[in-house]
Ligand binder design. Structure first.
Ligand code: AMP
Length: 302
């Protein structure tokens, strides 16, 4: 059975200190699907776009074994749009606008085959929509969830309901502090774990990621990158690599979760090397494997 992904599909305007792009392919589902597609398939997505969404993007996703049966295309409506501007420190970005457009009236309807999905990634969308997806699933076994400050600030009540029903929450360090109201990340992790998720992953941008289990912590290194062009979607690429790897081998031991975190970091590192989704569109298994070996060498010592 495929890996089910629900989230946003959109068009982004992105500005970094080096360059800018407009109308670029974006959205959480898009980055997650592409990253996961290098490990497993098919990828079933549930989402919505307007009729302004370019067909070439759909073709590119289908070429990556992404099944678009659950993609609703609304005639006469506009696709979700997001604009952001990065600071000189690329870990910091200002969201310039979030135009929900088609998302305002989105009521996710899972195709019958997707209702049977056991592995699900709830990408970054309104927690209310994440809940509606969970309600339609017959037997979810492994639910991975992402969210962001926009929803922590604006939809906390629904988000807390989602967290009670997920196995893994993936957020970044500032989101962890905001969600827990706690500046220290370790204390923040303890507080968030009590909200429901069995595992918590806190991404720290270019400084790696922390995986928290019941009584264990794993600190994954970050890949030392010389050329970061566009950090947009790095978190989603992480979620796609992490879950895609687990979906392929179905091993949920802590050691394998650690490897999955490294594969998540690898996909994030490819993502930021190019603008928009370009860094995830043409990878080879060998490139991914080689980066895994580099990661291993980076953090091994005696
Ligand atoms: P990330 O950089 O991992 O936070 O993901 C960036 C992607 O998330 C962009 O391509 C945006 O289109 C999408 N995005 C930004 N804000 C939201 C939001 N509030 N809800 C859903 N998707 C969003």
């Amino acid at each position: 059975m495929g890996l089910l992904i629900v989230g946003s599909i959109g068009l982004d305007d992105i500005e970094t200190p080096f360059d800018k792009v407009q109308n670029a392919l974006g959205g959480s589902t898009t980055y997650i699907s592409l990253a996961a597609s290098y490990f497993t398939g098919p990828i079933e997505i549930v989402g919505i776009v307007g009729d302004d969404f370019p067909k070439e993007h759909m073709k590119m996703l289908e070429d990556h074994n992404v099944d678009l049966e659950g993609l609703e295309i609304v005639e006469g409506a506009k696709t979700f749009r997001y604009g952001c501007k990065y600071h000189y420190d690329l870990n910091v970005r200002d969201s310039l606008y979030t135009h929900l457009n088609v998302f305002e009236k989105f009521n996710p309807q899972l195709p019958d085959k997707s209702k049977k999905s056991s592995y699900i990634i709830l990408g970054n969308i309104a927690p209310k929509l994440q809940l509606s997806v969970l309600d339609q699933l017959q037997n979810p076994k492994f639910v991975v969830c992402d969210t962001m400050n926009f929803w922590i600030n604006g939809a906390m009540e629904d988000l807390l309901k989602v967290l009670k029903r997920v196995n893994v929450l993936i957020i970044n360090d500032s989101e962890a502090r905001l969600l827990s109201n706690e500046p220290n990340l370790i204390k923040a992790a303890h507080k968030i774990s009590k909200m429901g998720p069995e595992y918590l992953i806190i991404k720290k941008g270019e400084h790696g990621a922390l995986l928290f289990g019941a009584e264990t912590v794993f600190s994954a290194p970050a890949y030392p990158m010389e050329n970061i062009f566009d950090p947009t979607g790095a978190g989603d690429a992480f979620a796609g690599g992490f879950t895609g790897y687990l979906h392929k081998n179905r091993d949920f031991s802590f050691d394998n979760l650690k490897r999955a975190v490294v594969y998540g970091s690898i996909m994030a590192s490819f993502c930021v090397e190019k603008f928009s989704t370009k860094g995830l569109e043409n990878l080879s298994p060998l490139e991914i494997r080689n980066r895994f070996i580099e990661f291993r060498e980076l953090s091994s010592f005696s």
